[in-house]
Design a protein around this ligand. Structure first.
Ligand code: GTP
Length: 267
């Protein structure tokens, strides 16, 4: 079939669809396949006036709070109707959103008037060597880590208290200061995402890896049950070579995740 012009962007509004995960994975195509469409970013509009009540709603047993889940999958949150809340309330809402998804970028709006660059062409799912995209969020991940000779890095990360938050979607971050073994990381991801016997539910993962035997940064991300590991540029001399992965999901135990990630260190 021949087409005269291509679309620049396709925006899909999943109205009435509580879980963006399956739609996102269907559109997240392998770069090497050079598909005509690729996933750019998942954007969630948060209603500042009503979100706190929505976040507190108790889900039925075996289900997840829909507002929490939609924030968990988001790469960008548009915090709308900020004219209907105070500045302090908006700050508190941002904190609650970040407690669910510490990697999300938040833009405050009235009537959803937003700079189009905040939501389109973000390149979030582009591989490691692309400009912006993975490199940008990976810089954000490592910004809070300071290297100090092989010790555990004191990184920021919500819910790093070791508790399992049963009905609450949270972000947990795990780190390794020594280089990791790529094959071990793949096995770790397979187990986390595919063989968990419903012990936890992972929606989203993003990470930067210092891979044994490589001078290049490696990026990993997962959505729903799909993950991708890509090679990026060479580490810069100013970079702290660490591995850090953030995991967003339900029933996450920081201590268990940290211990299992530590097993990925190359020996
Ligand atoms: N004051 C104010 N009102 C808004 C704003 N954005 C939308 N509204 C109004 O809020 C009302 C409901 O709009 P929305 O919450 O956007 O409705 P919707 O998108 O159909 O809601 P969903 O069912 O959640 O998709 C309408 O009257 C809008 O004009 C805003 O930023 N500030």
């Amino acid at each position: 079939m021949q087409k005269r012009e291509k679309f620049d962007n396709i925006v899909i509004e999943t109205t009435g669809l509580a879980n963006p995960g399956p739609v996102a994975t269907a559109l997240w195509t392998d770069e090497e396949l050079e598909a005509g469409v690729c996933l750019d970013a998942i954007v969630t509009v948060v209603d500042a006036k009503h979100i706190r009540r929505q976040l507190q709603a108790r889900p039925e047993s075996g289900t997840v709070n829909e507002a929490q889940q939609q924030i968990a999958y988001a790469d960008v949150v548009i915090l709308n109707k900020v004219d209907l809340v105070t500045q302090e309330e908006a700050d508190e809402i941002e904190e609650e959103v970040k407690a669910i998804n510490s990697t999300v970028s938040i833009t405050r709006t009235i009537r959803s008037r937003v700079d189009i660059n905040a939501v389109l062409n973000r390149g979030t799912y582009r591989g490691g060597r692309a400009r912006g995209g993975a490199r940008q969020w990976a810089d954000g991940l490592t910004r809070n880590c300071s290297g100090d000779g092989g010790q555990q890095m004191p990184c920021e990360g919500h819910a790093d208290c070791g508790d399992v938050h049963s009905q609450q979607v949270t972000t947990v971050s795990v780190t390794a200061s020594q280089a990791v073994d790529k094959e071990k990381v793949k096995t770790w991801l397979d187990t986390l995402l595919w063989e968990n016997d419903n012990l936890w539910d992972i929606f989203r993962m993003k990470g930067i890896l210092n891979v044994q035997g490589s001078d290049r940064q490696h990026f990993m991300q997962a959505v729903h049950e799909m993950y991708e590991l890509t090679e990026g540029d060479e580490w810069r001399s100013s970079d702290t070579r660490i591995s850090k992965v953030v995991i967003i999901g339900l029933q996450l135990s920081h201590s268990q995740l940290q211990a299992s990630f530590a097993d990925c260190v190359a020996t």
